[in-house]
Each structure stands twice: as C-alpha cells, then as structure tokens.
Design a protein around this ligand. Structure first.
Ligand code: G4P
Ligand code: NA
Ligand code: NA
Length: 194
C-alpha cells in the first residue's frame, strides 16, 4: 500500500458500497502534510509533460492541486460551480451532471487564465462517474489548450469514470485506486498480499 492507501485504511470510513468518507483529511478537515505528499506525487508523475497550468474544481480539488502546482511551479486555476461576483466577462463553461447528487452545475473558468498555449494537468479529489473531469476537459479544450492528463487523488475504479475518460484517450494518474467498498471494507487495485 502507498502512503495514501494507508491513510485511507486508517482514517477513511466506508459509508456504503459506493461512498467513502474521508473528511478528516481531504473533504472537510485537510491534512496539509498529506496534501504536500500528494502534490509531490502528481508532480513526479507529470514531470516530463511540459505542464504549464493546473486546472481543478472547487472545493476539494483545490488543496491537492495547489500542492502539485507548488512542485511543478505552475499556476492553479479552479473552476467555479456558482457564478461569482467578480468572475465575469469572458467565461468558458460546461454543464456537469452529478449522478451521485442528482444535480447539474454549470462550471466556469475565465478565458483569461487558460489559453491555447497551455498544456494542462487536470486534478480532482475523487473520480466516480467522471462527469466533473469531463466538464473540465471540455472547458480546457474550448480554450484551445492541450490536456496532458488527469491526476486523481482517489479513484473509485468500480464506477464508470475511469473507463469513460480512458476511452477518450485521456491519461489518468490516480494515487489510490479502489476496487471495491463491499462488506464495509476498502479493497485497492493491485493490492499485494503480504
Ligand atoms: P463524477 O464527477 O466523477 O461524476 O462524480 P460525482 O458526480 O459522483 O461526484 C459528486 C461529488 O461527490 C463530488 O464532490 C465528488 O468529489 C464527490 N464524491 C463522489 N464519490 C465520492 C466518495 O466516494 N466519497 C466522497 N467523500 N466524495 C465523493 P463535490 O460535490 O464536487 O464536492 P467538493 O469538491 O466541494 O468536496
Ligand atoms: Na469532492
Ligand atoms: Na471534486
């Protein structure tokens, strides 16, 4: 198990066969040291991809994305889910439907911060059905920039997201890959029997 998988076993709570609660270090309270380690891992995996910008989505994608930006020495842009008072003018938008929450959000970023010269690393906290990631890919492509890959903190490999994104030729790098949450237990992909 890697550092994140160990932390998930230690502090994660399986809420159902589909949902893992990690609000003690990622989704509510945030562990800065863990985020630093996650950021370094993303930076290592995308070190040779000429990344010029990181794009994520509020709110839980921001912490790991900022740490990755620190190591890759590039700015981080987060897509907003609500219209902002000051974020106006030329916006790139995409519609993102959450099957989990049964709601659709219009997500947006300003054209000012992503353009056709950029090579973008997309980062998010969870990959479930892949709709948020697809929306981010859409926005980045609208800007004319290239998507170099998608960095995911926790991938639920038993849901559709991984397959959908991979089919589009997108490279996904997930730090923890969950094969199953059945029987109240977290099982990782490639878990080594020791
Ligand atoms: P998708 O983008 O992959 O299709 O995912 P989905 O609509 O299912 O996800 C909706 C929200 O639920 C997202 O957060 C996502 O990160 C979160 N989520 C999905 N599966 C899990 C899970 O097993 N555990 C936890 N803790 N979260 C999960 P969000 O609403 O955008 O919230 P936030 O980024 O503000 O935290
Ligand atoms: Na989230
Ligand atoms: Na998220």
């Amino acid at each position: 198990m890697n550092f994140l998988e160990k932390r998930i076993i230690k502090d994660g709570k399986v809420l159902s066969e589909h949902v893992l609660k990690v609000d003690s270090f990622l989704n509510h309270q945030i562990d800065p040291n863990l985020m630093l380690e996650i950021g370094k891992e993303f930076a290592d995996r995308f070190a040779n991809d000429g990344v010029t910008k990181i794009v994520t989505i509020e709110s839980s994608g921001i912490a790991p994305a900022v740490m990755a930006g620190l190591f890759l020495k590039v700015p981080v842009v987060f897509a907003r889910k609500k219209k902002s008072l000051t974020l106006n003018g030329d916006l790139l938008t995409a519609s993102v439907h959450s099957f989990t929450k049964n709601e659709t959000n219009e997500i947006s970023i300003s054209k000012k911060y992503v353009n056709k010269e950029d090579r973008v690393l997309i980062i998010d906290d969870f990959l479930a059905n892949g709709q948020a990631a697809l929306g981010l890919v859409d926005i980045v492509q609208q800007s004319g920039a290239k998507v170099k890959g998608i960095g995911i903190v926790i991938e639920k490999s038993f849901q559709q997201g991984t397959q959908i994104l991979t089919k589009q030729g997108l490279r996904i790098e997930s730090i923890a890959r969950i094969a199953s949450l059945e029987n109240g237990e977290v099982t990782f992909i490639n878990e080594k029997v020791e």
